[in-house]
Ligand binder design. Structure first.
Ligand code: GLV
Length: 310
């Protein structure tokens, strides 16, 4: 039996080598060269893979996402019925996201855009410098990624709030939940960070209503998915000055089209979905463990709950 890998061509060999380093006995096939469809028992796939294509494999028993997010696997038509989906939980994936969040929180907190503008004008001017205790940070989503970012930010003295869809308590963080909690937290967030899973409930959460609930001059950081943001609403809030700056790693669609205003907006700091990139060698042990679990009929790890969407 064989494992099907499907991702960007340039990372396919890294994935293959990483899985074989953990279990050299695995038979790995690189999409589109799947060989005999009857022999595919697991598929390890990334965003571009067509879920209808996976219906070609009658003996498929496991799908693994190559990232923390699984929205690309769950949206219509979804995985073949009855096939479990696992996602990745990985210390490097989590810490890279915390680094990217910290980079951007500090960029805005330490007024880096303003200092760059002063430098351009050769102007020697010291700006008022609020302490971290005066800069309130709200995090949407306090799962794996959100809680790691919260830990880093609280260690620097930022007052951190966290929002989740249903009630959840994260120590050291002021917790909010539900629709009312969302607006209540936004009203106190000088910096709002989105690290939510993308589900039908969270799609478009960064919309005009939420953005207008933020204090005037707030900053927004989105490291989750482009689908969380209503692009026109974000641009309007930046243009009006209500939002002072945005750090955006994710867009819909990706790659971001050349004609998008985000590319050249002076208040936007963008990265090309690069905040946190899966390192195959780091995640291969958990992928192989799940393949072994699946073969032995044991329970799977990091399983996605279809009812929650993550
Ligand atoms: C990256 O976007 C991931 O889902 O890991």
């Amino acid at each position: 039996m064989a494992i099907l890998l499907s991702t960007k061509a340039h990372t396919m060999q890294d994935w293959k080598a990483a899985l074989l380093a953990v279990d050299p006995s695995l038979e790995i096939r690189l999409f589109p060269d799947a060989g005999n469809p009857d022999e595919i028992e697991a598929a390890v796939v990334w965003t571009a893979h067509d879920m209808m294509e996976l219906r070609r494999y009658p003996n498929l028993k496991l799908i693994v996402s190559m990232g923390a997010g699984v929205d690309h696997l769950l949206r219509s038509p979804g995985p073949p019925p009855g096939i479990p989906v696992a996602r990745l939980k990985d210390v490097l994936l989590t810490s890279a996201m915390a680094e990217w969040v910290l980079l951007n929180v500090l960029r805005f907190h330490r007024q880096d855009p303003e200092y760059r503008a002063l430098q351009q004008r050769k102007e020697w001017l010291e700006l008022s410098a609020p302490s971290t205790a005066e800069r309130r940070v709200g995090i949407l989503g306090i799962g794996e990624l959100g809680s790691a970012s919260a830990r880093v930010l609280t260690s620097l003295g930022f007052p951190v709030m966290g929002w989740s869809r249903s009630a959840k308590t994260l120590p050291g963080v002021q917790n909010f939940h539900g629709a009312e909690g969302l607006v209540a937290m936004a009203g106190q967030s000088d910096i709002l960070i989105c690290l939510l899973p993308l589900t039908p409930q969270t799609r478009g959460v960064l919309n005009a209503r939420l953005l207008s609930a933020l204090p005037r001059g707030a900053y927004v950081i989105n490291g989750a998915r482009g689908g969380h943001m209503v692009a026109e609403d974000m641009l309007a809030a930046l243009d009006s000055g209500h939002i002072a700056g945005a750090a955006l790693d994710v867009f819909e669609p990706e790659p971001l089209p050349a004609e998008s205003r985000f590319w050249s907006h002076p208040k936007v700091f963008l990265t090309p979905h690069a905040a946190s990139i899966t390192i195959p060698a780091s995640v291969a042990p958990q992928v192989v463990e799940n393949i072994h679990n699946m073969r032995a009929g044991r329970s799977l790890i990091n399983l996605v709950d279809f009812s929650l969407g993550y």
